[in-house]
Design a protein around this ligand. Structure first.
Ligand SMILES: [Zn+2]
Ligand SMILES: [Zn+2]
Length: 273
């Protein structure tokens, strides 16, 4: 029996003798099947395949974690260190003993929270190794490919993980797409960790909101307005996207609102705002 991992999206599936017939994440119109067709691997194969996890510092108490060489869609995770325990925001497919030892040395993982299904990756593997709960928004329940007692589906508009960290439901890219608000981030001005619920543009001044990034499918004006309304009340100065360099260092909230307005104008629906 193996826990097969899709090589295109990095999602680990529940144990089975043979690889699953389909990857439901990749067959969804927000993703794609790789050029070589549907292929699968396992964590064991990745371990002997030359992969490793690298760490870097975004700012004090916020580390990025990425797999080298890049695997799947190049997911990054973030390890957020708070006085109430460490939180892993988003997840990656690769996990080895070195990664576990390094993170255990920093106090382990108190909770895992994930923005949306493209970052579910090997979340159950991580949760089991660190004995941590996984917080997923209930609206994305159907995209869990490996059920686990460690998954806690949360409902409603937000949930507080600890006094410094709140998950906020935003929607858009996925019905359950969420962001993490870290009040102590950016020297106390607040930081928003977004996955690709809010995607940082190449100029690092604007962001975008898309139904599908790889297939270039936009969101409707109605949904953009809803996303804008959910982000507007939050206090944050800095915004972290998915990658090491997708960061709006300061005045990020104004950038987010400006971006939503620009999107609505581009759709020619700004009068409905
Ligand atoms: Zn896949
Ligand atoms: Zn995505």
């Amino acid at each position: 029996m193996n826990k097969w991992i899709c090589t295109t999206c990095g999602t680990q599936y529940a144990e089975s003798e043979t690889p699953p017939a389909h990857c439901l994440i990749c067959e969804d119109e927000r993703q794609y099947i790789g050029l070589g067709g549907q292929t699968w691997t396992t964590l064991e194969k990745l371990k002997v395949g030359g992969y490793r996890n690298a760490f870097y510092e975004h700012e004090p108490n916020l580390l990025g974690v990425e797999t080298v060489p890049e695997f799947a869609i190049g997911q990054h995770a973030k390890l957020l260190r708070t006085p109430y325990g460490n939180i892993l925001w988003d997840c990656i497919s690769y996990l080895d003993d070195v990664t576990v030892q390094l993170i255990q040395g920093m106090g382990g993982i108190h909770a895992i929270a994930i923005s949306h299904p493209h970052f579910y990756s090997s979340m159950v593997e991580w949760a089991e190794r660190f004995e941590a709960p996984i917080y997923l928004h209930d609206h994305d329940r159907q995209w869990v490919m490996q059920p686990s007692d460690r998954i806690q589906f949360w409902k409603g508009s937000q949930v507080e993980l600890n006094p410094e960290v709140t998950l906020v439901h935003v929607g858009g890219h996925f019905a359950g797409s969420s962001v993490l608000l870290w009040k102590a981030g950016a020297n106390g001005k607040g930081a928003l960790l977004t996955g690709d619920t809010v995607s940082v543009s190449a100029d690092r001044r604007f962001v975008s909101f898309m139904y599908s990034f790889p297939n270039r499918i936009p969101l409707s004006a109605t949904i953009i307005k809803s996303v804008r309304n959910r982000l507007q009340p939050l206090f944050f100065d800095r915004l972290y996207g998915t990658q090491a360099n997708t960061v709006i260092e300061s005045d990020a909230k104004a950038g987010v609102l400006r971006s939503a307005d620009r999107y609505l104008e581009a759709l020619g629906r700004s009068e409905e705002r």
